[in-house]
Ligand binder design. Sequence first.
Ligand SMILES: Nc1ncnc2c1ncn2[C@@H]1O[C@H](COP(=O)(O)OP(=O)(O)OP(=O)(O)O)[C@@H](O)[C@H]1O
Length: 304
Amino acid sequence: MIEIDALTKVYGSAQTPAVDQVSLRVPAGSVFGFLGPNGAGKTTTIKMMAGLLTPTSGRVRLGGHDVVRRRSAAMAQFGAVLEGSRNVYWSLSAWQNLMYFGRLKGMRKARIKERAGDLLTELGLWERRDDKVGGFSRGMQQKVAIAAALIAGPPIVLLDEPTLGLDVEATHTVKRWIAELARELGTTILLTTHQLDVVQELCDRVAVMRQGRLVSDLPTRDLLASFRERDRYEIRVEGAAPPGFDAVTSEGVSTISVRVRDPIEVYDVVERLRAHGAVMESLTQVQPDLEDVFLALVNEPSHA
Ligand SMILES: Nc1ncnc2c1ncn2[C@@H]1O[C@H](COP(=O)(O)OP(=O)(O)OP(=O)(O)O)[C@@H](O)[C@H]1O
């Protein structure tokens, strides 16, 4: 369980907080998506969770331990992959890195070897285990960072852009691990990413940050459902679309995209098309995906 209460960070002499009174609960065994546009405050929040930044006010508890007051107990609770920072030692080999992080977490040598072997094999790095991480590609370094975060099987895992730079196969492996860790081991996972399909596929719950504040915190299903009234419809008509309709024409068919608040409005659109003599081929309702919802949330006028 991750508990965040009124967490606030003001950097140096900044006018506005980078993180402003954020409160969150991430229940054990859930995969929690943490979203927001660039500069929203996600990394700052994760760094405070990982004890790398001291909050200006508010607090974070990991597995019941306050990150500031009970630092070492809190640190023992999690593994983290942080974006944009060096998570692993470049002068050490992949194997040495995992040995180092395993020892740091207080694991026995035999157990570290076993775990490191499994993790490196599953990520396709076994053959390169004795090569220095500094000579690896960005994606391979990311794989070592993920393996290091998971070496001790921590109850909480913080992942900032874990699949960034990974190839299709490795992305698939990491996504499968995330789902299995939560489902089978009850691991609590907090995940930030700009890849919304990853969030939609994996996360039970999604929080959205904007300008340091939480603008939404809902189960993924409810978040999508709350935007149903903004459903989109696609109407396909033969030939070019009549003037005044926003359409994409390809191979003699125009697709008109209509966004409505009330499905009844679709009748008006169809009526207008008929008045222009357009021949309709199909009418389909397009359910919102997380990208639609996310864009709507971050583009709404600010109430600040
Ligand atoms: N070390 C720092 N010193 C001063 N300001 C900072 C520092 N780190 C971040 N900021 C500012 O805090 C705000 C939040 O940044 P943060 O990196 O937490 O956002 P983010 O949501 O993780 O963005 P991204 O998606 O781009 O990673 C931004 O306005 C940023 O400029």
